[in-house]
Design a protein around this ligand. Structure first.
Ligand code: NAI
Ligand code: MG
Length: 326
């Protein structure tokens, strides 16, 4: 069976780390057909559009999409791309690896971030010269759909349950609904949950990340807290993510275009290659996914390493070492 994969490198180091991940996918014995498309600042400068229609259509029809990063146009690219795959959850693992100098080497968490609403629903207004407003949207249906996913996810991971992060003590209506809808679904599935206020979570995860495993968050909180966890495990160059929809999905590193190192050929490809591992697992190839993870982990431990991890290897050297170990 052939799998159609949309490949959208974007801008900056997206153009360096995405081909690295494709090289890894090509080394597997899986029948992929890759379809490359443009998005981001460069294509906007050329055509006036950050996300050309053919790129959107490609993501909306491919079995899975691999995306790098976009620069200033990130919001104009990634939000519609997530919509193209009808993604309702962003899965963001934050794992510390042996050999990487992590602030908290015991960190091993997965964030399940609501991916369609909250403060990112796009309802902002300028009411006057003085006042701007934002409408925060939380629906019962999106909260329940996220909770259903979380219940399946903890069953697959053999986790005891999950933690719900919210701020329902202040945002009583919106986060109150989020919390109650999720608790209700978890109850129906017999899955245990606990809850932590998002500000308290920020402190607790820094002091003792070991107390958390699967963490379910509203959109903005998931965005911010998963970047915080990236800091605990040794930097943005290591964090993959998956935007899952009912029929297709989009995989991307958590990091952006890294303008400070773009073009130098030294970006860490690990986050994007680990996103590719999530992609093959999503398509049902668990063994291939595990093989990629092991090759990445061995390379992080034994080298070569890119400069963000204290080494002096290039993106290509690291990719070649990972492909070799595969
Ligand atoms: P960034 O993630 O691009 O970079 C932050 C820091 O982490 C930089 O020092 C960078 O060198 C380092 N870094 C990130 N990825 C790395 C890697 N793979 N290897 C080695 N070092 C790495 O975030 P920043 O600087 O806030 O944003 C830069 C641009 O990226 C902005 O234009 C922003 O809009 C865009 N962006 C796009 C995203 C997306 O397309 N999903 C996500 C985040 C930012
Ligand atoms: Mg972010």
């Amino acid at each position: 069976m052939t799998h159609d994969i949309a490949v959208i490198p974007g801008d900056g180091i997206g153009k360096e780390v995405t081909p690295a991940a494709v090289e890894v996918l090509e080394a597997l014995e899986i029948d992929f057909e890759f379809h490359e498309a443009e998005a981001g600042d460069a294509v906007q400068a050329e055509t006036g559009e950050a996300l050309p229609e053919e790129t959107y259509d490609l993501a909306a029809s491919a079995d899975a999409t691999l995306f790098g990063a976009a620069g200033d146009t990130a919001a104009d690219v990634i939000l519609p791309l997530r919509e193209a795959v009808d993604s309702f959850v962003n899965v963001r693992p934050a794992t510390a690896y042996p050999g990487v100098d992590a602030v908290r080497p015991e960190t091993d968490l997965v964030f399940l971030r609501e991916n369609t609403e909250g403060v990112y629903a796009g309802h902002e207004d300028r009411l006057s010269d003085d006042v701007s407003t934002l409408t925060r949207v939380v629906t019962e249906s999106a909260s329940r759909r996220l909770a259903e996913f979380a219940c399946d996810f903890v069953a697959d991971r053999d986790a005891d349950g999950f933690t719900v992060v919210h701020k329902a003590n202040v945002m009583r209506e919106t986060d109150g609904r989020f919390r109650d809808a999720i608790a209700d679904v978890a109850d129906e599935h017999g899955v245990e949950t606990d809850e932590v206020l998002m500000d308290a979570f920020a402190t607790r995860v820094c002091l003792d990340p070991d107390q958390f495993d699967v963490v379910v968050c509203p959109n903005l909180a998931g965005d911010v807290l998963s970047d915080l966890a990236a800091g605990l495990v040794g930097g943005l160059g290591l964090l993959p993510s998956a935007n899952i929809g009912p029929e297709r999905a989009l995989f991307e590193p958590v990091h952006g275009t890294a303008p400070d190192i773009a073009g130098e050929g030294v970006a860490n490809p690990a986050a994007t290659i680990l996103s590719a591992a999530m992609l093959v697992e999503y398509l049902g190839y668990d063994e291939a996914g595990m093989a990629i993870r092991e090759a990445v982990e061995t390379t992080l431990e034994e080298g070569p390493r890119t400069p963000d991890l204290g080494g002096d290897a290039s993106t290509e050297d690291v990719t070649a070492a990972i492909v070799d170990r595969l």
